[in-house]
Design a protein around this ligand. Structure first.
Ligand code: B4P
Length: 190
C-alpha cells in the first residue's frame, strides 16, 4: 500500500500535486481542507464551527480532523493507498494517524515536503483568492496568520517523520510538471 503524506505550508502546491498523483497511482485523496469546506457547504454544525476558525487562518481542533480521517479510512477499506493532503498538521494528528493505520495493519510510506519561500506562498494564495472565493485566500493578514500557524504548529510534524526515516524534502518552486517528476523520484525510492 502506498500511503503518502504531502507536506508544506499553505499554498506550497499540495492540492495541485495531489491531482497528478491520484491519476498516476489510483490513490484515494484525503484533503482535510476539502473535507472541511465540504462540511461548510453543507451547513453542518461541524462546518459552522470550522468556518470561523478557517476564515481567521487558524487550525481547527485535532479531534475534529482526526475523526474525519478515521471515517474516510473506514469508508475506503479496499483502497490501493492514500494521499494525505494537509493532514497531519500537528504532532498529535501525526500520532493519531500512525495509530489509525496500525489498527488497519498499514503504515505511512513516507512524507514528501514541498519547500517554497514565504513571499512566493503569499503571491500564489492572493492570486488564487482572486477567483477561488475562499475568504482565507483573499486577505494578506489571514495568509500571514496561516503561514505563522504552519511555522508554530505544523512545521514540527516534519521532525516526527524524520525520526522514523520517512521524510524527504524537495524544491516546490518551478513548473508543476518538474515538481511532479521530483515527487515520482522519491516514490520510486520507497
Ligand atoms: P487547506 O485547504 O489544506 O489549504 P492550503 O494550505 O491553502 O493548501 P492547498 O492544498 O489548498 O494549496 P496548494 O498548495 O495546492 O487548509 C485550509 C484551512 O483548513 C487551514 O488554514 C485550516 O484552518 C483548516 N485545516 C485543514 N486541514 C487541517 C488540519 N489537518 N488540522 C487543522 N486544521 C486544518 O495551491 C495553492 C496555489 O498555488 C494554487 O492556486 C495553485 O494553483 C498554486 N500553485 C501550486 N503549485 C504551483 C507552482 N508550482 N507554481 C505556481 N503556482 C502553483
Amino acid at each position: 500500500m502506498l500511503n503518502l503524506v504531502l507536506f508544506g505550508p499553505p499554498g506550497a502546491g499540495k492540492g495541485t500535486q495531489s491531482q497528478n498523483l491520484i491519476e498516476k497511482f489510483g490513490l484515494i485523496h484525503l484533503s482535510t481542507g476539502d473535507l472541511l469546506r465540504g462540511e461548510i457547504t453543507q451547513g453542518t454544525e461541524l462546518g459552522i464551527e470550522a468556518k470561523k476558525l478557517m476564515d481567521e487562518g487558524v487550525l481547527v481542533p485535532d479531534s475534529v480532523v482526526i475523526g474525519m480521517i478515521s471515517n474516510k479510512l473506514d469508508a475506503n477499506k479496499d483502497a490501493k493507498g492514500f494521499i494525505f493532503d494537509g493532514f497531519p498538521r500537528t504532532v498529535a494528528q501525526a500520532e493519531a494517524l500512525d495509530n489509525l493505520l496500525e489498527s488497519k495493519e498499514s503504515a505511512i510510506s513516507g512524507m514528501i515536503a514541498l519547500e517554497v519561500t514565504d513571499a512566493e506562498l503569499e503571491q500564489r494564495l492572493l492570486k488564487r483568492g482572486e477567483t477561488s472565493g475562499r475568504p482565507d485566500d483573499a486577505n494578506p493578514e489571514v495568509i500571514r496568520k496561516r503561514i505563522k500557524e504552519y511555522n508554530d504548529k505544523t512545521a514540527p510534524v516534519a521532525g516526527f517523520y524524520k525520526n522514523q526515516n520517512k521524510f524527504t524534502s524537495i524544491n516546490g518552486i518551478g513548473a508543476v510538471e518538474e515538481i511532479f517528476d521530483s515527487i515520482n523520484t522519491v516514490i520510486a525510492s520507497y
